[in-house]
Design a protein around this ligand. Structure first.
Ligand SMILES: [Zn+2]
Ligand SMILES: [Zn+2]
Length: 489
């Protein structure tokens, strides 16, 4: 649109240049001198400052506190709805249309994903605008990107003569903070978290680490009470730190612990029918029990010892004669056998019993399992053990555990419910492990994945047991890129 003077036929030069504002009839349209759209750009910190290409931190709200002077230089780079500016070459009210082009760079969201989570759907509509009097227009809040990372967006504007201009790429990324909380007295804490940062960076999640906090030592985290104590200690330490606390709710905590052993109490093991009494040999009974998470799988278990001060593996022992009745066997007649700390048999001295024939029964506490790490009750809390099976955990296992537990916090393994991406092809739930995990590398449809064969076949960092793998598999990584972590924790 726009108006200009009637061209002066005496001057072809003037005609070619367009119009002369100083003379002529203002009502006469001049096609050669129509205003032209010049550009569309992403605004970058000021109404007159644009950037061709940039990263957009889509999970963080548009608040000053998240501008960190490093990755994030101004508020325009925050949130799902970046500002755009359109310019024409002349002042005045000029009509134009704007749309976002379909993003490139990573897998598109499926229709089912878009149906579950509005943040998986970018604004596809083309919208109409008119410039302000100066021939420019700032568009604020009308175009939403997506919650996932690695999506490259371009915006396109078109004027009334179908002249098209485009922005450069705006790449979606996510950023959050984490802090390590180290129990006092630990001697084998992971030396570097760089592998954790590197893995998430691959999926457009930038992790920013605060200086570590210190928390009280607990010899083992097994019961709910232990977990609650740990969780409270982490919360207290975070809230007392003036740098860490303000980064909530975009803050995860990683607590380094001693053992994370789970006790299976009062397991009864029994001998075959034996002769007891003076001169009779000691009776050796293997220690086996079903798993608390896999009640149909009876396997060798190790006696509970040296994990919590004052807690013993021994509960009681009895002799049950064939003819009925029972007698107590003194604790000092029952000892453990095994290799190193792996005590998988009990040995009962039956020579002091009256002569008889029957079964020896011993009630013991055993280790049900040792966890490598946990996603704790506090919404933003994870922990990783620095010791397991009475030994220091190598860095490779701690790295694997931290990547794994952070994975749970960001929504892995996606199971296709709620605001999550579609179910990952190699997702499984339970089956000997607790929660949603990935069986990539193992057979599909196993009744239990908590076998040594599955552990060694597994390929993904978020398999249900610590396998020292440091990366999400090709199935999982697609989902990690798509996750919506905009609510924080
Ligand atoms: Zn897990
Ligand atoms: Zn996987």
């Amino acid at each position: 649109m726009g108006w200009c003077s009637k061209p002066d036929k005496a001057s072809t030069a003037a005609e070619k240049k367009g119009c002369d504002k100083k003379v002529g009839d203002p009502k006469q349209p001049c096609p050669l001198a129509d205003p032209n759209i010049v550009s569309i750009g992403w605004l970058d910190g000021a109404d007159d400052k644009e950037v061709a290409t940039a990263d957009q931190w889509v999970n963080l709200p548009k608040e000053d506190k998240w501008v960190n002077g490093a990755e994030i230089q101004n508020k325009d780079r925050l949130g799902l709805k970046p500002r755009l500016k359109v310019k024409f070459d002349k002042p005045g009210s000029h009509a134009f249309k704007v749309k976002l082009l379909a993003p490139t760079g990573t897998d598109a969201y499926t229709d089912t994903e878009k149906g579950r989570n509005a943040n998986f759907k970018y604004t596809e509509d083309e919208k109409s605008y008119t410039t302000d009097a100066d021939g420019t227009k700032i568009i604020d809040g009308d175009f939403a990107l997506v919650a996932g990372g690695g999506y490259k967006f371009k915006a396109q504007a078109k004027d009334s003569k179908d002249k098209v201009v485009k922005t450069g790429d705006l790449t979606t990324k996510r950023l959050f903070y984490y802090v390590e909380a180290k129990m006092t007295g630990l001697t084998s804490v992971l030396s570097s978290t760089a592998p954790v940062d590197t893995e998430y960076d691959k999926h457009y999640m930038v992790l920013k680490k605060h200086s570590a906090l210190s928390i009280a030592h607990q010899s083992n985290i097994g019961s709910d009470t232990d977990t609650d104590t740990l969780s409270g200690n982490v919360d207290t330490a975070v809230d007392a730190d003036a740098t860490v606390k303000p980064t909530k709710p975009y803050l995860l905590t990683v607590a380094y612990t001693d053992h994370l052993a789970v006790k299976h109490a009062d397991v009864v093991v029994q001998s075959a029918t034996v002769d007891v009494g003076p001169g009779k040999p000691k009776v050796v009974i293997p220690v086996t029990a079903a798993g608390l998470l896999s009640p149909n799988t009876v396997a060798t278990r190790y006696l509970w010892h040296d994990l919590v001060a004052g807690e013993s593996w021994f509960v009681e022992a009895k002799f049950k004669p064939d003819g009925g009745g029972e007698s107590t066997i003194a604790a000092d007649k029952v000892t453990h056998k095994g290799t190193g700390d792996y005590w998988n048999e009990v040995e009962v001295d039956v020579a002091s019993l009256p002569a008889g024939r029957g079964k020896v029964e011993v009630k013991v506490n055993v280790v049900d399992r040792m966890r490598g790490g946990l996603a704790l009750g506090g919404a933003n809390q994870t922990c990783v053990c620095t010791r397991a099976w009475w030994s220091d955990q190598p860095d490779a296992k701690q790295e694997c555990t931290i990547i794994h537990e952070i994975g749970h916090k960001v929504g892995m393994v996606a199971n296709g419910t709620g605001a999550l991406p579609d179910k990952v092809a190699t997702h499984y739930s339970g089956k000997g492990h607790a929660g949603d995990h990935c069986f990539k590398g193992c057979p599909d449809g196993e009744a239990s994945y908590s076998t040594s064969a599955n552990l060694s076949a597994s390929q993904c960092v978020i398999f249900g047991a610590v396998n020292s793998k440091n990366a999400f598999c090709d199935n999982c990584e697609k989902a990690v890129k798509k996750l919506d972590i905009g609510s924080g924790w």
